[in-house]
Design a protein around this ligand. Structure first.
Ligand code: FE
Length: 236
């Protein structure tokens, strides 16, 4: 049984970049629904006791579309929340660390070029999906995936950041202006410290993102019975 993890900040903590109303709807309605449907379908498929990573990959390999879509969405959203950090009193997020900055400069030429690539990829992505900053054998790159598609099923790619491109992520605050949402998300809300920890983990230093595995991290009202979702393997 997978939990719905708590948000790592208050619902209003990302205002004015993202409203509390958006966070309530996105987390409490959309993410919760994916987790609950995953639990229902995974049980029916006899996958009790498996990690969510295993469920996502097995559902994908077997063509179990409904289970894959819900399980991958549950994981993608859990990864999305810690990619953002509260601004505090008029403060912008801390810039990338020296190690991440150097990796960005090697692959993109600089943070401004990375931001441009991220916004362009996300704004031009057709339909629903996700825009990711990933690392792999060729260095850092920006990719987008459709619907529930996830880096979990992309061998050799290790995610550093993701932003949700589904309209439910931004429509209440930005209507159809996805480009402005992405620009402000990068400028005001992104957590470069999280990306930095992911980059270090991809190189074997420290822990990468793990789905919260205890009832203490479970959102009130979510199903009980926590488990850990397992690590993302580093790129080959
Ligand atoms: Fe979403």
């Amino acid at each position: 049984m997978f939990i719905l993890p708590k948000l790592p900040y208050a619902y209003a903590a990302l205002e004015p970049t993202l409203s509390a109303e958006t966070l309530h709807t996105h987390h409490d309605k959309h993410h919760r629904a994916y987790v609950e449907k995953t639990n229902e379908l995974a049980r029916q498929a006899g996958l009790d006791g498996r990690t969510l990573e295993e469920v996502v990959r097995e559902a994908h390999s077997k063509g179990a579309a409904k289970l894959f879509h819900n399980a991958a969405q549950a994981w993608n959203h859990a990864f999305f929340w810690p990619c953002m950090t509260p601004r505090g009193a008029g403060r912008r997020p801390a810039p990338p660390s020296a190690a991440l900055k150097a990796a960005i400069e090697r692959s993109f030429g600089g943070l401004s070029a990375l931001n441009d690539a991220f916004v362009t990829e996300g704004a031009e992505h057709f339909g629903s999906g996700w825009v990711w900053l990933v690392t792999g054998s060729q260095g850092l790159s920006v990719i987008s995936t459709h619907d529930a598609d996830s880096t979990l099923i992309r061998d050799g790619l290790f995610p550093l950041l993701v932003c949700d491109l589904w309209e439910h992520a931004y429509y209440l605050d930005y209507k159809n202006d996805r480009k402005t949402f992405l620009e402000r998300w990068l400028d005001e809300a992104v957590d470069w410290d999280f990306a930095d920890r992911q980059l270090a983990a991809s190189n074997g230093h420290g822990d990468g993102f793990r789905y919260p595995d205890s009832a203490a991290n479970e959102d009130a009202g979510a199903r009980k019975g926590a488990r850990r979702l397992g690590d993302q393997p580093p790129p080959a």
